[in-house]
Design a protein around this ligand. Structure first.
Ligand code: ADP
Ligand code: MG
Length: 350
């Protein structure tokens, strides 16, 4: 489906492991004074002074987490970085360094890895991140990428999942459900392509949702915004598996209940129109989709004047006593229990 713009194929054996590492990492410059020693020694040396260190890692496996028939390698590299940075920001921390490890089979030429690394490089430029190490090895089958992100945060600023209190407001950034609907469109086009490879799909009506799937962004800007507004959320999590499973994590860890209002959930018009086309309920997608990488947080009532009217922050409900349970209040004012149904669960169902 994605046309091969790189007909040149240089085999990985030609370079050898060290040549490959050197080639792939040659553009990575050091941007942070906290990076004392980057790539090239047995380990990187970082100096985060008296701040607390945040570390998070994600593993992406071909045909489990991504499908190279419609995911361009450059986008994959970008996304592999973004999903990790999103976890750092969800701690209210600043991301500063990553390591990148890859296992790759001989079916990938050097040019493919160059594309992957071009995406990694773009993300590290935009988010101001140093690549300080990694590992490179061979794989007998597909491509595996693991990124570890490192960040730092003032002791007083760190936000966990367990601090939500009854009456806190539930706030979500941006809009949700788009990445999942983008995936639905890409999966559909893949099936069409299998039957008729000449078919040129018209993806214009879906540009936003496809971009949300292929090129997600992490909400670094929100961490800066919260600082500016002088708001420290009581709990926070990034939305990788869908709103319902994320709010359940906060409620379980904070020992509280929640009411979410269906009519407050922020949806992009393209999500609504695509849901109509696919005959799926857009609220179900917002609750159970995933990969939006927005932030879900709880904020004390007294901070409401500070966040009120901010276009980046939508209040979608409030925290209750645990005994009240976890509910979605529908447009018809019915209370429906919120149940966990992550992105993977949905995928298996299809
Ligand atoms: P070691 O033998 O100590 O594992 P390597 O030869 O694997 O060292 O790596 C050499 C240097 O290159 C190290 O600094 C390592 O962190 C870095 N590195 C290896 N692979 C990658 C990669 N895929 N991306 C970025 N840095 C890498
Ligand atoms: Mg190594």
């Amino acid at each position: 489906m994605i046309e091969d713009k790189n007909p040149q194929r240089t085999s990985l054996e030609q370079l050898g492991e060290f040549g490959l590492i050197e080639h792939l990492t040659k553009n990575f410059d050091v941007k942070h004074t906290s990076t004392l020693k980057s790539i090239g020694d047995d380990a990187a040396v970082l100096d985060h002074k008296s701040n607390q260190i945040v570390v998070t890692t994600d593993l992406l496996v071909e045909n489990v987490h991504f499908d190279l028939s419609y995911v361009p390698l450059k986008h994959l590299g970008y996304k592999a970085v973004i999903v990790n940075l999103s976890d750092v920001y969800a701690m209210n921390a600043h991301a500063s360094q990553i390591t990148v490890s890859i296992a790759v089979s001989n079916r990938f030429p050097l040019e493919a890895l160059e594309e992957l690394y071009a995406g990694i490089e773009t993300a590290t430029k935009i988010y101001n991140i140093d690549v300080v190490g990694g590992d490179t090895t061979s794989s007998t089958t597909g491509l595996i990428i693991s990124v570890t992100a490192i960040g730092n945060v003032n002791k007083e600023d760190v936000v966990l999942r367990n601090g939500a209190q009854p009456n806190d407001l539930v706030v979500v950034t941006g809009d949700i459900g788009a990445a999942y609907m983008g995936l639905q469109v890409l999966e559909r086009e893949k099936e069409v392509f299998k039957v008729n490879p000449q078919n040129q799909p018209d993806l214009d009506p879906y540009t936003y949702i496809i971009e949300r799937q292929l090129k997600p962004e992490a909400r670094k800007d929100i961490i800066e915004l919260l600082k500016q507004l002088d708001v420290k959320p009581t709990a926070m999590i990034d939305i990788s598996d869908g709103l319902s499973s994320e709010i359940m994590h906060i409620c379980k860890q904070s020992d509280v209940g929640v009411e979410i209002y269906e009519n407050k959930i922020p949806l992009d018009p393209q999500v609504i129109s695509t849901c109509e086309e696919f005959k799926i309920d857009s609220t179900t997608i917002a609750l159970n989709g995933g990969e939006d990488y927005e932030l879900l947080m709880t904020v004390a009532q007294e901070d409401f004047p500070k966040i009120k009217g901010n276009p980046n922050l939508t209040v979608i409900g409030y925290i209750t006593e645990k005994a009240r349970g976890m509910h979605l209040i529908t447009r018809g004012e019915q209370a429906i229990p919120i149940i966990a149904k992550g992105w993977n669960a949905m995928k298996n169902e299809a």
